[in-house]
Write a protein of this length. Sequence first.
Length: 184
Amino acid sequence: MLCKLSWLMRLETARNFATLMVATGLMICSVTAEARELRDPVVVGAAEVRLFGFKLYDARLLTPGGRTYDPDRPHALELRYARSFDRESLLRATRKELERIQGGQQGVDQAMDRLRPCFRDVSSGDRFKATAHAPNNLSFHLNGRQTCVVEGPSLARRFLAIWLSDSARDPGLSRKLRGVGAGQ
């Protein structure tokens, strides 16, 4: 009887250990891909984007450890929407800005073909993040869930220039996001 009780106790201990290991594994796996996108992300700049007085979204630029923004190094741009926009409207606005910044349509069709699958409809409160791993590599997350990873010649740099370049529609907003003073 004592031997049987000892065996049952060992079995229960093993079962508890296995349950603990499975739970730990699930917790580790549940860490979203977004959290692994940028090592030690720190906000280096933030801005509110408005059009005709209506708030569209809040934007934040994150870099590893809060390093100075460099378009050739990993960084992420996060937009938290204050309004709803459908996917097609976001794609049209992206195309328009790429053409404006680049001075024409050269390469825009190819860039848009790669970017199209990444976009989704957004609602107020949604968080959309674009992470540049390198100038040619970009991943997108909506509310922490990866929507896609794209590659293409300077695609990350070109897409994020919409917000982060001196050619951005609002250079002051771009400087705020990059954490650059107005006079620099």
